[in-house]
Design a protein around this ligand. Structure first.
Ligand code: ADP
Ligand code: MG
Length: 484
C-alpha cells in the first residue's frame, strides 16, 4: 500500500501533521479552582480568574501539570524539567483576558513518538514534536437569541494539552490510525477522555502534497475537525484539491480552512496574510514551571501498562496475531475483559469469541464492553462448554445469541433448551442409519465415487439430530458406514 495519489501529471505524496487539543481530566481548571463538569448551566463554573477580573492572579493546578507529564511519558517523550507559560494575545468575545495562557518557546513536553498499528498488521512510528499546556477559551453561543451572541465562560480556563505531530503521516488512513492510537494512550493514562464527539479531543489537520521524495509543499491547516471519520475525509478532499490547484498551473496558498462535513469539502477561512500576530511573551504572573527529576521518575513508575507493551505481551503470552492483539488492546476495558476470559482457557478461542462474536454483537447493539449483557465469567463458561464437547461450535453460537438477548448464563440455557451436543455414538449411528436408508440412490452414487456427497449426508444427519450431533463424530461415523 503506497498511499500515493494519482494525478494527471503523475503520482503525488500527501504529507500530514496533526495538532490535537486534548482536554485534561481534572476536576478544577488550569489556573483556578472552578469546576469543569460537563453540561453545567452556563456561567456557573467561573472564577474571577477565568472571567479575568482586574487584579486576579492565576495559580497553577499541580494535578493538571502531573497529567501533562504523564501524557508526555506515555508518548515516550522528553520531559522538560523547566518550562515557561506565555501569553498568546488576541481579541475575541469568549476570551475575557484578551490573551490565552499557553506555552510557546519552552513547552513542558518535547520530542516523543506514537507507534501506529496499520490494518495489514504492520507498525509505523510517527514523531511527536511537543506537548504543551494551555487554557481553553469560553464559548460563544449564537443560537440563543435572534440578534445577540451570548458568552458561556464555563470552559474558559479549562486545561488543554496541545499534542503536535511531526509531518510524518502519509495517508488519511494513517491519520485515522494515529488518532485512534493517541486516544487509546490517553484513555489508558486517564489524562483525557478523548471523545471527539464530545469535543474533549479536537484535531487540526495540516496537509500538503509533493512529488514523491520532493521537498515539502505549502500546507493548509483544516481547523477543528471533530471525528476520526471527518479527519480522514477532510484530508482526502484537501489533498485532491491541492493536487488539482497545482496541476492546473496554480500554487497552494498557505491558509486556514474549515471542513464542511455535510458537503465533504474544505473551504477557506483565512489566508496567511489575515492570520494573527499573537505577540507572545512570558506571562509575568507565573514563574517558570520546574520539576525534580525524581518526581518525574516517580510518575514514570506509576504508569499503567500501555497499549504497545500490552499488545506485545498478548502476542507473546497468548500467541495472538498482531491484528487480534491490536484489536483487544485498543481499549483498556476490552483487554481486561479478554484476559479474564482467557485465564485458564485456550487464548485463541477466547480471542475469537471476544473479537468476533462479542464485539460483533455489541456493535449491533451500539453498546460498549462495560454494558455487555455477557460478563467474562459467563463467556468463559460458554467456552468451557465447547472445550468439554457439551456444545458444538454451531450450538454455541445459538446459545451465545440467547445469552446476548436474555443475559442468562450459558449452562442455564443449555439445560432449559436441551441443547446438549450428542456425542453418544449409538444415537448418532441411529440417525445415520435412518438417513442412509432414506437415500439409497445417493448412497450408491457416493460409493461409485461421488465423494462430495459426504457434505450432503452430514447435513442430513445434523438436521435429523436438530443440529445437536457432534460434527466431527458425524463425519467419522458416516465415512465408516458409507465405506462398509
Ligand atoms: P503552527 O503552529 O503555525 O500551526 P507548526 O510549525 O507548529 O506551525 O506546525 C504545525 C503542524 O503542521 C505540525 O503538526 C507539523 O507537523 C505540520 N506541518 C508542518 N509543515 C507541514 C507541511 N509542509 N505539510 C504538512 N504538515 C506540515
Ligand atoms: Mg497550527
Amino acid at each position: 500500500m503506497s498511499g500515493l495519489i494519482k494525478g494527471r501529471t503523475g503520482e503525488w505524496e500527501v504529507v500530514i501533521g496533526l495538532e490535537v487539543h486534548a482536554q485534561v481530566i481534572s476536576r478544577a481548571k488550569l489556573f483556578s479552582g472552578a469546576a469543569t463538569d460537563f453540561g453545567a448551566e452556563p456561567n456557573t463554573q467561573v472564577s474571577f480568574v477565568d472571567a479575568a477580573f482586574p487584579g486576579m492572579l492565576p495559580v497553577i493546578n499541580r494535578f493538571c501539570v502531573e497529567q501533562a507529564v504523564k501524557t508526555g511519558l506515555g508518548l515516550d517523550a522528553e520531559i522538560h524539567l523547566s518550562s515557561v507559560f506565555d501569553r498568546k494575545n488576541y481579541f475575541y468575545a469568549d476570551l475575557p483576558a484578551g490573551y490565552q495562557i499557553s506555552q510557546f518557546s519552552r513547552p513542558v513536553v518535547g520530542k516523543g513518538k506514537i507507534v501506529l498499528d496499520l490494518s495489514d498488521g504492520t507498525t509505523r512510528e510517527i514523531g511527536i514534536t511537543r506537548v504543551h499546556l494551555e487554557q481553553d477559551a469560553g464559548k460563544s453561543l449564537h443560537d440563543q437569541h435572534p440578534t445577540k451572541t451570548y458568552v458561556d465562560l464555563n470552559r474558559a480556563g479549562v486545561a488543554l494539552m496541545e499534542i503536535v505531530s511531526e509531518p510524518d503521516l502519509r495517508t488519511a488512513k494513517e491519520a485515522g490510525a494515529y488518532l485512534r492510537k493517541l486516544r487509546a494512550i490517553l484513555r489508558y493514562l486517564g489524562t483525557c477522555d478523548a471523545n471527539m464527539e464530545e469535543g474533549n479531543l479536537r484535531c487540526d489537520c495540516n496537509v500538503s502534497v509533493r512529488k514523491p521524495g520532493g521537498k515539502l509543499g505549502t500546507r493548509c491547516e483544516i481547523k477543528n475537525v471533530n471525528s476520526v471519520r471527518f479527519v480522514m475525509q477532510a484530508i482526502e478532499h484537501e489533498a485532491r484539491r491541492q493536487i488539482e490547484v497545482i496541476e492546473d498551473g496554480g500554487a497552494v496558498k498557505q491558509e486556514t480552512r474549515l471542513f464542511d462535513s455535510g458537503k465533504g469539502v474544505t473551504r477557506s477561512m483565512r489566508t496567511k496574510e489575515e492570520s494573527h500576530d499573537y505577540r507572545y511573551f512570558p506571562d509575568p504572573d507565573l514563574l517558570p514551571l520546574t520539576f525534580d527529576a525524581d518526581w518525574v521518575e516517580g510518575l514514570k513508575t506509576s504508569l499503567p501498562e500501555l497499549p504497545d507493551v500490552k499488545k506485545a505481551r498478548f502476542m507473546r503470552d497468548y500467541k495472538l496475531s498482531a491484528y487480534d492483539a491490536g484489536l483487544l488492546v485498543a481499549e483498556r476495558e476490552n483487554a481486561e475483559y479478554f484476559e479474564a476470559v482467557a485465564k485458564g482457557r485456550d487464548p485463541k478461542l477466547a480471542s475469537n469469541w471476544v473479537t468476533v462474536e462479542l464485539f460483533g454483537a455489541l456493535n449491533k447493539l451500539g453498546k460498549g464492553i462495560a454494558d455487555s449483557p455477557i460478563d467474562p465469567k459467563n463467556l468463559g463458561e460458554l467456552i468451557d462448554l465447547i472445550a468439554d464437547s457439551t456444545l458444538s461450535g454451531r450450538l454455541a453460537k445459538d446459545v451465545f445469541a440467547e445469552m446476548i438477548t436474555s443475559g442468562k448464563r450459558a449452562r442455564v440455557i443449555v439445560d432449559e433448551k436441551g441443547l446438549r451436543q450428542v456425542t453418544d455414538t449409538g444415537a448418532i449411528e441411529a440417525a445415520i442409519d435412518m438417513v442412509l436408508a432414506k437415500e439409497p440412490a445417493k448412497v450408491a452414487e457416493y460409493r461409485a465415487g461421488k465423494e462430495k456427497l459426504l457434505a450432503f449426508f452430514v447435513g442430513q444427519v445434523m438436521k435429523a439430530t436438530q443440529g445437536k450431533a457432534n460434527p466431527a463424530l458425524v463425519n467419522e461415523l458416516l465415512k465408516k458406514k458409507l465405506a462398509g
